[in-house]
Design a protein around this ligand. Structure first.
Ligand code: CA
Length: 700
């Protein structure tokens, strides 16, 4: 026991990187320590901690016996008011956190003192180029440099000591609606970054740049382009055989906007690929086909970008079922054999175990409610879809929704418990074929799903906020990846959870709405929580300096939950207070008390002057062009204005705002190319109609 402890300390001392996979006996030993004592300085250098992206730390100074003594050590105010989704890094005593608008903060990890700040000056008018807010999920570190992908598609290398740019390169065609919100990954001498924008009509790819020079080393497209222009490589030629029609006119999608992982031993780089553009496959690829590499995990050579293998989770994707969710690597005993596996719980609701050397499917089971497929056929490796999964004549309620059974918040894996901790979501999605020609045409720059978005307003969804919110649940699931069974889960709660952090202290940390919570890793007992005063969406990490272990997380309401699924959050009255919060045992720092906010009073709306038919038309236009920021059926989270509460001045300057672009600097760009003056007025009439309805309800 003592020898193992010494070995463990040696293994940790001077440790700047944790080994990809830690031997179980060492972690089991660490698990049993529970001693409060000095711990060696321990960093968090990579997005998922190790190359394996397991987010399991050997630190155990904070453990299940003393976690109730955890208190705030310091906090840092970010002074921005959009979503925060970052996993911080800690390198050399400095905490590197990315905030909204791709800003980077370098903070003293012990005190929170600002060392430097970098603002890439992303034009605020680019906000509507993305689906889900100007968030950023983290920076990468290598060779004395911090790398950040910016919302407007640049990759910037910063000097880690000073924050001064070393190089900057444009990774996208800025004339197209590409965005970057994901964290770059380092593989050998390359920094690799993907992009987002499938909802808005782009063709996805990942690019590798030399970490020293910023030169493009390779680029791998995830879906084929127009065959008439030739294929970039054999993989694209193969992929094109699985498509029909003129998919390239729609962009095709397949954006790799979040998950990637690097296995140095197998020399493979894994990329999670997103949904189709548009979602509706019957428009994108008439006649079907698998549509490679949508919703797939693709393994590439990190030096060249050469294709090695792929596994497609959702062939012929049509429900926005991305496979961009967290990719985690581990060595597991499967059927008595040690296998090098890759794990993923993508949006579609199944937990996949693949052999990561070959891509062979080893097992797949539902980790949450899913009604689109009954099971995965292990002979073919394909899902067995339910009879009506693709029937869209009327409103088809599909679970998981386009938000997924699990989205970007990362999982973690504790080798001592053998469990993967998944932040899951359970809510329905309404899919209906378009009834108008305009929704059947390729377009770029507006929400491009190929479905009728009027399926997302009453009566197709509950009219009462609280009733609607009750349909949106989620829970932390502790999943045994070997038996492919849930070991335990927490009672359904709110779906807006952060990623999870696992530690050798026997703990799982998770942001749950406006709290950071620590659970017992073995049974999910709630051991500690602290109010975060804003939605804790960013993923917690841990590190140690001068003998003390810290837990750090970045908080701030927004993102997909805030911007798109306002229907859920409206009932929660969520607020954005963007901060970095860092905890340690005995920490006694406090957050400023929350100000009592006066009840929101709706200005009395003017009467509707349009006919009921015109108001209905206004609703159709609103759902097509405005709802993905301002909320389905006008239910916004408040992060983006809830138009029903618009002041008279907004109504008076409506055309200037909607078509004139006078609020472009706040992200509300001109919609003159999509909406005529008459159409903009019909939307205003719909807003007035709903505002009057709510006003009457409120005054009763
Ligand atoms: Ca999507």
């Amino acid at each position: 026991m003592r020898l193992l402890t010494v070995l463990l300390l040696i293994a940790l001392s001077g440790c700047s990187k944790q080994e990809p996979t830690q031997p179980t006996e060492v972690t089991a030993n660490a698990q049993s320590q529970h001693a409060v004592g000095a711990v060696p300085d321990t960093e968090w250098v990579k997005h998922g901690l190790g190359d394996d992206e397991q987010r399991f730390s050997l630190l155990d100074q904070i453990n299940r016996d003393n976690v109730d003594k955890l208190g705030l050590a310091w906090s840092f105010e970010m002074y921005t008011r959009r979503g925060i989704e970052a996993t911080p890094l800690m390198v050399g005593g400095v905490l590197y956190v990315s905030g909204s608008w791709s800003m980077v903060y370098a903070l003293d990890a012990k005190t929170g003192a600002l060392k430097w700040f970098y603002d890439p000056q992303v034009p605020r008018s680019t906000l509507a180029k993305g689906c889900c807010d100007a968030v950023n999920r983290g920076v990468a570190y290598a060779d004395g440099k911090i790398f950040v992908g910016t919302y407007d598609g640049r990759l910037v290398a910063l000097d880690a000591a000073s924050g001064k740019p070393v190089w900057e390169t444009l990774t996208v065609d800025q004339a197209q609606p590409y965005t970057i919100t994901g964290a770059p990954r380092i593989a050998k001498n390359n920094v690799i970054i993907g992009n987002g924008g499938a909802e808005l009509g782009v063709r996805g790819y990942v690019s590798a740049y030399d970490i020293d020079s910023g030169e493009l080393v390779w680029r791998f497209y995830t879906v084929p382009g127009n065959p008439a222009e030739g294929f970039e490589n054999k993989a694209m030629e193969m992929a094109a055989k699985t498509w029909n029609g003129q998919w390239w006119k729609w962009g095709g999608g397949g954006t790799a906007w979040d998950s990637m992982a690097y296995d140095p031993e197998l020399d493979l780089f894994y990329v999670g690929v997103g949904n189709g553009s548009p979602w509706n496959q019957s428009l994108r690829s008439p006649g079907g086909g698998d549509n490679l590499f949508l919703s797939s995990i693709v393994a590439l050579r990190p030096d060249t970008g050469e294709y090695v293998w792929h596994y497609q989770t959702t062939p012929g994707e049509t429900w926005d079922y991305t496979a961009t969710q967290h990719i985690m690597l581990a060595d597991l005993d499967i059927d008595g054999k040690k296998r090098k596996v890759l794990m993923q719980a993508p949006k579609n609701g199944f937990f996949y175990i693949l052999d990561r050397a070959t891509g062979e499917l080893l097992s797949a089971e539902k980790f949450t409610v899913a009604n689109w497929a009954s099971h995965i056929d292990m002979t073919t490796g394909r899902p067995v879809e339910t009879a009506t999964a693709r029937t869209f004549d009327g409103v088809n309620v599909i679970i998981p929704s386009n938000g997924g059974g699990h989205n970007w918040p990362p999982m973690s894996y504790n080798p001592a418990t053998g469990l993967v901790y998944i932040p899951t979501m359970i809510f329905p999605g309404n899919f209906k074929a378009p009834s108008r020609d305009i929704d059947r045409l390729p377009k770029q720059g507006t929400y491009n799903t190929g479905f009728d978005r009027t399926a997302l307003v009453p009566p197709n969804i509950p009219d009462i906020d609280e009733e609607l919110a009750s349909q949106f649940t989620g829970k932390l699931v502790a999943w045994n990846p070997v038996t492919q069974k849930e070991e335990w889960s927490l009672v359904p709660g709110r779906p807006a959870n952060s990623g999870t952090l696992s530690t050798a202290g026997g703990l799982v940390f998770e942001g749950v709405f406006e709290e950071l919570v620590a659970y017992d890793a073995t049974d999910g007992a709630r051991l500690w929580s602290a109010p975060t005063q804003s939605m804790a969406m960013g993923s917690p990490i841990t590190y140690a300096i001068d003998g003390e272990q810290y837990i750090a997380t970045a908080v701030g309401f927004g993102g997909g939950i805030g911007a798109e699924a306002g229907a859920i959050s409206h009932a929660w009255e969520a607020k954005n207070r963007s901060r970095v919060l860092v905890y340690k045992l005995g920490g006694s720092h406090t957050l400023p008390p929350l100000q009592e906010e006066a009840d929101k009073v709706m200005p009395k709306p003017t009467p509707v002057t349009a006919s009921a038919e015109q108001v209905q038309e206004g609703m159709v236009l609103f759902q097509r062009h405005c709802s993905f920021c301002h909320g389905d059926g006008l239910r916004s989270s408040g992060l983006v204005p809830d138009l029903r509460w618009s002041q008279p001045a907004v109504h008076e300057t409506w055309q200037d705002i909607v078509r004139g672009g006078v609020r472009a600097n706040a992200g509300m760009v001109s919609f003159a190319q999509y909406l005529s003056e008459e159409q903009a007025e019909l939307i205003r009439q719909y807003v007035l109609s709903e505002a009057n309805r709510v006003f009457v309800q409120q005054s009763q």
